[in-house]
Design a binder for this molecule. Structure first.
Ligand SMILES: [Zn+2]
Length: 141
């Protein structure tokens, strides 16, 4: 049986691997928690926010519907990678911020493409466009 603890470990291990493989030159310079969110949001797949009451802390929360076995692994990785990119671009973290807005000018996509994620980005966006609504329908009731 897969427990919720297994899912937590799985997500933490995935985040650690993605940081190692893509941002090894950057380093995690503040406390970073990556966890499953509680809200089954139709629109928000993940988000990053500063930790409350901790001066240098960040929390990334991933939509729990992405636990579904019907969601390909690369889509979960794509969502995680997007949030980690925000982290390293200084949004919701104390990394140096070079841009004013987290999404303007496709800065996330550009950064991800630099790490070789352009194909996965296209593939994931396509998958989400075609299938996410079905996941939402299955998971919401
Ligand atoms: Zn974003």
């Amino acid at each position: 049986m897969v427990t919720s603890n297994d899912y937590d470990k799985y997500l933490a291990a995935k985040a650690a691997a993605l940081i190692r493989e893509n941002f090894s030159d950057r380093g995690v310079i503040n406390l970073l928690v990556v966890r499953w969110g509680k809200t089954k949001s139709k629109r928000v797949l993940g988000h990053i926010k500063p930790m409350e009451n901790v001066e240098y802390g960040s929390i990334i929360e991933i939509n729990p519907m992405l636990k579904s076995l019907n969601v390909p692994e690369y889509v979960l990785e794509y969502v995680l990678m997007h949030e980690l990119t925000h982290y390293f671009q200084g949004f919701g973290s104390n990394h140096q911020r070079k841009h004013k807005h987290p999404h303007k000018g496709h800065i996330v996509e550009k950064e991800m493409a630099r790490h070789g994620w352009d194909e996965i980005t296209i593939k994931s966006e396509k998958w989400l466009k075609e299938n996410w609504k079905n996941i939402v329908m299955m998971e919401k009731n």
